[in-house]
Write a protein that binds this ligand. Structure first.
Ligand SMILES: [Fe+2]
Length: 389
């Protein structure tokens, strides 16, 4: 008999479509909100995207405060500052607008504001999830990138500013109450950011599909996300005004998020996190560079899931063995990565030889590495980093 497991973490409401962000005041009212605390980043705060939403919410008679001191890899101190501002303002709804960073920061700030202490107290590896027992503020997430899936996930990654490690805070109740997926919020993303975040979304879908946590609906979501992302990412990068490609990427990224929230990720993310914390790589760039070598490494123990991925990416797998199909799929990922402009060597992207050893040690300790289908040794991980150095 199989073990009893609970898969609870999907949002209450998903609102999708061009212009859906304009429904924000209605969504706040549905949550009985009268005071909305926005969390975004400094760049977005200065744009019409955020200013327009704030104006619309204020016109609906809802009080607003905006907090924008969130960096690209959000820090514990920023989360704690946001939590203090939440407690000063006493909002009844949180609204996160941005890429993964403001949304992750909003989840962590929600926990610290409602439960006290500091971000580190709630770190998964320190048993922090069990401490998140009290009520949380409802969160509305509006992504402006198509990559992290944070708008539908229960996880929040916060960097410890002293130790330079990513801490994961993760309980299912951190899934946003409402996710608003509006492709118009993503059209101003420059090609590079579109490419990085898109490769992150593809990595989520692939790692969700091969994860050692098996949940049939997640596998279906992951495969469909792979299909949508691999046929739309080039179009979104080459022509940011292609609204169909933007919508496909937004929905594909969200679908990957709905998949990995239950299965979690794997060694690609375990290795990529260290490129971000030690070498300051953007998250999606790090994943995109590591993805093909980890695919190759994992397929050696079981090529079939990677053959399925190849077929979803549009490779004609007819007559191929699973191993041949899997290898073609990896070639497809490398082709996509090159076409959207990712560098192929870590040394070209600023990594130094002496960075490798600390990255190996931390990748093995990263909690997300536990969900990889193949168990890894330090020698394996070092070989993988070196193979793309
Ligand atoms: Fe990611």
């Amino acid at each position: 008999m199989s073990q009893v497991r609970t898969f609870a973490a999907w949002p209450n409401r998903i609102v999708i479509g061009q212009g859906s962000a304009q429904q924000l005041p209605d969504e706040i009212r549905l949550l009985k909100g009268t005071k909305a605390f926005f969390i975004t980043d400094e760049f977005l705060r200065r744009t019409d995207l955020v200013a327009g939403l704030v104006q619309k919410v204020e016109e609906a008679g809802i009080a607003v405060q905006v907090f924008s001191e969130i960096s690209p890899n959000p820090l514990d101190v920023e989360v704690e500052k946001a939590a203090a501002a939440i407690n000063d303002f006493h909002p009844d709804v949180l609204v996160a607008v941005g890429g993964g960073s403001p949304i992750d920061a909003a989840k962590a700030a929600n926990v610290v504001a409602t439960h006290g202490g500091v971000a580190k107290d709630y770190w998964v590896l320190a048993g922090g999830s069990a401490k998140i027992t009290g009520p949380l503020l409802p969160l509305i997430a509006i992504p402006t990138t198509s990559g992290t899936g944070s708008e539908v996930s229960s996880g929040s990654l916060v960097t410890d500013s002293k130790l330079h490690i990513k801490m994961s805070i993760n309980v299912w109740r951190l899934v946003p109450a409402v996710s608003i997926i509006d492709p118009l919020m993503t059209v101003s993303m420059p090609p590079k950011l579109t490419a990085f975040t898109g490769m992150d979304a593809l990595t989520h879908a692939i790692e969700a599909y091969v994860s050692n946590v098996f949940f049939v609906p997640s596998r279906g979501l992951a495969l469909e996300a792979i299909r949508v992302i691999s046929r739309s990412l080039r179009k979104a990068v080459y022509d940011g005004n292609n609204l169909q490609a933007r919508e496909d990427m937004a929905v594909g990224s969200m679908t990957a998020g709905l998949g990995f929230v239950h299965t979690l990720l794997g060694l690609v993310h375990g290795m990529a996190h260290q490129l971000s914390t030690i070498c300051n790589f953007p998250h999606g760039l790090a994943n995109g560079m590591v993805l093909p070598v980890v695919m190759k490494y994992n397929m050696e123990i079981d090529p079939q899931p990677y053959a399925d991925i190849a077929a979803a990416m549009g490779v004609n797998v007819h007559g191929l063995t699973p191993r041949e199909a899997a290898l073609r799929g990896i070639e497809e990922v490398i082709g996509l990565s090159k076409d959207v402009g990712l560098p192929q060597r870590l040394s070209e992207a600023g990594v130094k030889e002496e960075d490798i050893q600390p990255m190996v040690e931390r990748a093995l300790k990263d909690s997300i590495t536990n969900f990889n289908p193949r168990r890894s040794t330090a020698e394996d991980v070092e070989r993988l980093y070196r193979s793309i150095f």
